[in-house]
Design a protein around this ligand. Structure first.
Ligand SMILES: Cc1cc2nc3c(=O)[nH]c(=O)nc-3n(C[C@H](O)[C@H](O)[C@H](O)COP(=O)(O)OP(=O)(O)OC[C@H]3O[C@@H](n4cnc5c(N)ncnc54)[C@H](O)[C@@H]3O)c2cc1C
Length: 415
C-alpha cells in the first residue's frame, strides 16, 4: 500500500506556491506536482498589486524586503495611468496600506517572479516534483489518486486526503473537478510582448492602461520593467473578439505604429522575442470552487479581476485561504463538500466576491467611450475627483460609487 499524503498541490504558479508557503507555515507536509521546470515563463502583464504584496508579507515580511532590494528583477510601482479612448490620461497613485512605507506594488517578469516563489517553497514540509504532468485524477475512498508522468517516463500514482488544484486556466482540475460549473463566461484573451527602448514612462513607474476605442472594454497596456524594458500587451473579452472578428495582434501592432498617443514612444523601441497569447478566466462573484476532498485556487477557479485583469494577487490569496482550510479539514478529519465550502469557498467570496462583482460592473461601464472620456476629462480638472479615484483602489466602498448613476450626474453637473 502506498502512503496517503495529507495534501497534494497540482501546479506551482502563484496559487500553488502561495498554498505551499502557508501549508509549510502550518507544519503540514505536502507534495507539489508541476508540469514545467523553473525558471519558466508565464504569459502575463507582470504587474503585481498591493494584494500580492499583502499575501507575501503575511507569509514572511522578509520576502518583501528581498523583493524591494533586488532592483535587477523587481521594479517598484507607485500607481496606474488610465488613458481614455480620447487619449486623455489621468495618473492615479496607489495608496499604500503597509506600515513599513514599502512601495504599494511592483512589476517583475513572471520568469523571475515565479522562480522567486518557487525558490522559497522548498523545505521540510514541501516536496516539489518538476516536469510532472498530472494526467488523471480519480476518487478513492480516502481522497484522490493523482497520476502524473515525468517526461517520457512511466506514469506514477500518488494518493492524498485533500487535493489543491492550482494548475491554471487550461489545467486538468478546472476541467475534471469543476466540470465547467465555475468556468467563467467572461473569459478574455491577452497578448504579451517584451520591448526595449520604450520612452515616456512615468518617473514613479506607473503601469499604463490605454482604453482604445476599438477594443473596449479591453485595453492596451505598457508596464515598465526592471532594466528599462517594458511589458506591452492587449487584452479583450474573448466573446467580442470572436463576434467582431478582431485580430488582436494586428490591433496591438497598429496601436504601436499608428496611435497618435502611443507611436512616438515606440519610435526607437524594438521587440525582444515574439508576441504570445493566453486566456484570462475572469471572476464575476461567488461560484463553486470546492467539492469532496478538493479545493480549487487561482486561474483554475477563474478569479481574475474583470476590470484590471489582475490575477496574481487573487491566486496567491486563494492559495493562502486554501492552506488555512486544509489545516482545518485535516484537524477535523472532514473533507466533505459542506465543510470545505464553509471553510474555503464561503470565506474566499466573503473576502473577494464584492470586489469581483464591482469590477465586473466597471468592465461593463467601460464599454461606453463617452462615459470614460467624461470621467477622465473631469478628473484631470478636479483634485477632489482624482482623490476619490485614488481611494477606489484601496477602498471598496469608494469603488462602489462607480455603480451609482448619481456619481456620473454629479460629474456632469460639476457638483
Ligand atoms: C496576457 C495576460 C496578462 C496578464 N497580466 C496580468 C498582470 O499584469 N497582473 C496580474 O496580476 N495578472 C495578470 N494576468 C493573470 C495572471 O497571469 C494569472 O491570474 C496568474 O498566473 C494565475 O496564477 P495561477 O497560479 O492560478 O496559474 P498559473 O500561473 O497559470 O500557474 C499554473 C501552474 O500549473 C502548472 N500546470 C498546468 N497544468 C498542469 C498539470 N496537468 N500538471 C502539473 N502542473 C500543471 C503550469 O505549468 C503552471 O506552472 C495576466 C494574464 C494574461 C493571460
Amino acid at each position: 500500500m502506498k502512503p496517503t499524503l495529507p495534501v497534494i498541490i497540482i501546479g506551482c504558479g502563484p496559487a500553488g506556491a502561495g498554498a505551499s508557503l502557508f501549508l509549510s507555515q502550518a507544519g503540514i507536509p505536502h507534495l507539489i506536482l508541476e508540469k514545467d521546470r523553473f525558471p519558466r515563463d508565464k504569459i502575463c502583464g507582470d504587474g503585481c498589486s498591493g494584494k500580492t504584496a499583502f499575501v507575501l508579507g503575511k507569509a514572511d515580511p522578509a520576502l518583501l524586503d528581498e523583493i524591494f532590494s533586488d532592483e535587477a528583477h523587481f521594479l517598484p510601482s507607485f500607481g496606474v495611468t488610465f488613458a481614455a479612448p480620447n487619449g486623455k490620461a489621468i495618473d492615479i497613485p496607489f495608496r499604500s496600506k503597509n506600515k513599513q512605507e514599502r512601495p504599494p506594488g511592483f512589476t517583475s517578469r513572471r520568469m523571475d517572479f515565479d522562480h522567486f516563489l518557487f525558490s522559497k517553497i522548498q523545505g521540510p514540509q514541501a516536496t516539489v516534483i518538476q516536469d510532472a504532468t498530472v494526467t488523471s485524477l480519480d476518487r478513492t475512498p480516502e481522497g484522490y489518486a493523482v497520476t502524473y508522468r515525468t517526461g517520457e517516463g512511466p506514469e506514477t500514482t500518488v494518493h492524498c486526503r485533500l487535493l489543491i488544484g492550482a494548475d491554471g486556466d487550461k489545467g486538468i482540475c478546472r476541467r475534471k473537478l469543476l466540470q465547467g460549473d465555475a468556468v467563467s463566461k467572461t473569459a478574455s484573451v491577452g497578448l504579451r510582448g517584451y520591448y526595449e527602448g520604450v520612452t515616456g514612462m512615468h518617473p514613479r513607474n506607473f503601469i499604463e492602461l490605454h482604453f482604445l476605442r476599438e477594443i473596449l472594454p479591453g485595453y492596451f497596456w505598457i508596464f515598465p520593467l526592471p532594466g528599462g524594458a517594458a511589458n506591452v500587451g492587449i487584452g479583450m473579452d474573448a466573446v467580442l473578439v470572436r463576434k467582431k472578428k478582431i485580430n488582436l495582434r494586428e490591433v496591438m501592432l497598429l496601436a504601436i505604429s499608428e496611435n497618435p498617443n502611443i507611436r512616438e514612444r515606440f519610435a526607437h523601441a524594438r521587440p525582444s522575442g515574439k508576441i504570445y497569447g493566453w486566456g484570462l478566466p475572469m471572476g464575476v462573484g461567488a461560484v463553486k470552487v470546492s467539492g469532496e476532498h478538493f479545493l480549487i485556487t487561482g486561474d483554475a477557479a477563474a478569479l481574475i479581476d474583470p476590470f484590471t485583469g489582475e490575477g496574481i494577487g487573487n491566486a496567491l490569496y486563494s492559495g493562502m485561504l486554501a492552506a488555512e482550510a486544509a489545516g482545518k479539514a485535516l484537524q477535523a478529519q472532514r473533507f466533505d463538500d459542506s465543510f470545505l465550502q464553509e471553510h474555503y469557498g464561503d470565506v474566499l467570496f466573503r473576502r473577494i466576491g464584492d470586489e469581483l462583482k464591482l469590477s465586473y460592473t466597471m468592465q461593463k461601464l467601460v464599454r461606453y467611450p463617452w462615459l470614460f472620456n467624461l470621467v477622465v476629462n473631469k478628473a484631470n480638472k478636479s483634485p477632489a475627483l482624482r482623490d476619490t479615484m485614488t481611494s477606489m483602489f484601496a477602498d471598496l466602498d469608494v469603488r462602489a460609487l462607480l455603480r451609482r448613476p448619481s456619481f456620473y450626474w454629479k460629474i456632469l453637473t460639476n457638483k
